[in-house]
Ligand binder design. Sequence first.
Ligand SMILES: [Zn+2]
Ligand SMILES: [Zn+2]
Length: 238
Amino acid sequence: MSHAELRGDYHVHSTFSDDAVSTLAENVEAAAAAGLSTVRLVDHVRQSTAWVPEYLAAVRALRLPDGLTVLTGVEAKILDTSGALDIPALPDGIDRILIADHQFPGLEGPLGPSTVRERMAAGWAKEDVLDQFVDALMATMRRYPGNQLAHCFSILPKIGLSESDLGAERTQAWARAVAETDTLVEVNEKWGCPEVGALLAVRNAGGQIVASTDSHNADEVGRYARVVSLLDALGASS
Ligand SMILES: [Zn+2]
Ligand SMILES: [Zn+2]
């Protein structure tokens, strides 16, 4: 493995998520079989989620293969521009929250991609949309420091924009907030994001990058293709 990041998978779903098929134990076994040194077990939560203590007990009960560090997490969407997250009260033992742009953070709550596209068609200026989005990401990192950005910028193509629309100023401000708040940025296999420009900005700002598959099936744990290309390109431009 040419990149140290590829020995970790920082975003692996289990059956605690509605849409995933493998157990925690199957994921841990797959991580060891893939030769990983670190795996983060993470599942989707909402404010109403009640199973987090049960999940933590199940992680504690796992038989851990030698040489594998197992980390915990919950994945939650950003709700609004104040940086609120859709999370329940979290017991001790959750190592990091995965902060996800599943919806667009609106002033008073999350907006679906089609709503954002309609509002843009009706005159919401692209630059204002991008400012609001990046400001919300930074507000969330400051409100919840020491966490991890899940597939950051994955919402942009859904609203008809791309990471290249962000521009250097927004990208650098975002990367500085990443570094200042000890936020991990995952390069995500499923979504192929963030792209090289944003990753380079994180590296230049002193922030930390990790790799993730966002797997929903143990067969996918630690198996990278797009992440390798992104890290290769980052290495070539550093
Ligand atoms: Zn997600
Ligand atoms: Zn996920």
